[in-house]
Design a protein around this ligand. Structure first.
Ligand code: G3H
Ligand code: 13P
Ligand code: NA
Ligand code: ZN
Length: 331
């Protein structure tokens, strides 16, 4: 059944667990997430970026979510717009059945330039007001995602800011977070703590200098009743890098957000954990393996089934480690 982000995260907060939010843009990813959720009785957040919506088509995505919910009626599913850039993106998502939207006003509508605080408050408050009229939830973002190591935003993948960013921009200010939540009335707040999107987050195993989990603790102390969201939370596991590289890939060594750090975040108010890159890597590793091990293969299903299974296993691991497992039947 459908559930809003607010309903789901309220339950997660009450019971002290976190919910991974997995990105999808195709049927196989949707099936993989739902199979993982079913296997461990977990609720799920499925999210689609603007890119996913234009890749899959809004109508296709909407009917796919309907189908996934019909196939697995026992699993509470929150369908969420990831990184909405303006009012229109958020409202059209809701019209297509999304139960939750992110208004990312940390960046200007071009999604590249860091926005002013006033712009962020105004547009997020507007979206929250409209979404709440029709019963949808809203996630806002305060602080710009980007690397504390390089001091740069993430122009490469088109989601982050361009050019050098200051530490103030890259770390959410706890006092400003209090003001932001009060003024916008968001249901969940995405914070910046040194993570970034994609596979290349850190050039070494992160420590507190480059992955500032203490910022989350400070925000949670000031906003104990606000659901916090961690973006850029793929762990980029060594095993997945190794599979890709073993079968002809050339991914330079890289480090993601250790699952233990996310677990620490969950103990301090993190309720939604965004993961896309790990799922992509799990699938891509299997595409490469099949292509190399069986060069005569040309049936897409022979590639997609092992890829789906690998993504399902990854999703199940995160659902279990974040303690979402076992909660679907309790909501
Ligand atoms: O926010 C980032 C997600 O990984 C979505 O990425 O815009 O390439 O679909 P995308
Ligand atoms: P990753 O690239 O770390 O998977 O982050 C995904 C994300 O934050 C989507 O909004
Ligand atoms: Na989001
Ligand atoms: Zn994100």
């Amino acid at each position: 059944a459908r559930i809003t982000l607010r309903q789901l995260l309220d339950h997660a907060a009450e019971h002290g667990y976190g919910v991974p939010a997995f990105n999808i843009n195709n049927m196989e990813q949707g099936l993989a997430i739902m199979e993982a959720a079913k296997a461990c009785d977990a609720p799920v957040i499925i999210q689609a970026s603007r890119g996913a919506r234009s890749y899959a088509n809004d109508i296709m995505l909407a009917k796919m979510i309907d189908a996934l919910a019909e196939i697995h009626p026992q699993i509470p599913v929150c369908m969420h717009q990831d990184h909405g850039n303006n009012e229109a993106t958020c409202m059209t998502a809701i019209r297509h059945g999304f139960t939750s939207v992110m208004m990312d006003g940390s960046l200007e509508a071009d999604a590249k330039t860091p926005a002013s605080y006033d712009y962020n408050v105004a547009i997020t408050e507007r979206v929250a007001r409209m979404a709440h009229w029709v019963g949808a939830s809203v996630e806002g973002e305060l602080g710009v995602l980007g690397s504390l190591e390089s001091g740069h935003g993430e122009a490469e993948d088109g989601h982050g800011a361009e050019g050098a960013l200051s530490h103030e921009q890259l770390l959410t200010d706890p006092d400003q977070a209090v003001d932001f939540v009060m003024r916008t009335k968001v249901d969940a707040l995405a914070i910046a703590c040194g993570t970034s999107h994609g596979a290349y987050k850190f050039t070494r195993q992160p420590d507190g200098d480059i992955l500032a989990m203490h910022v989350i603790e400070e925000i949670h102390n000031k906003l104990p009743n606000t659901h916090l969201v961690m973006h850029g939370s793929s762990s980029v596991p060594q095993e997945l890098q190794d599979v890709i590289n073993k079968f002809g890939g050339r991914m330079p060594q890289t480090y993601g957000v250790p699952v233990e750090e996310i677990e620490r975040g969950i103990r301090h108010g993190v309720r939604k954990v965004n993961i896309d890159t790990d799922c992509r890597m799990a699938m891509a590793g299997q595409f490469r393996r099949i292509a190399m091990e069986n060069p005569g293969e040309f049936d897409p299903r022979k590639f997609l089934k092992p890829a789906m299974d690998a993504m399902r296993d990854l999703c199940r691991d995160r659902l279990e480690r974040f303690d979402a497992a076992g909660n679907a039947s309790k909501i």
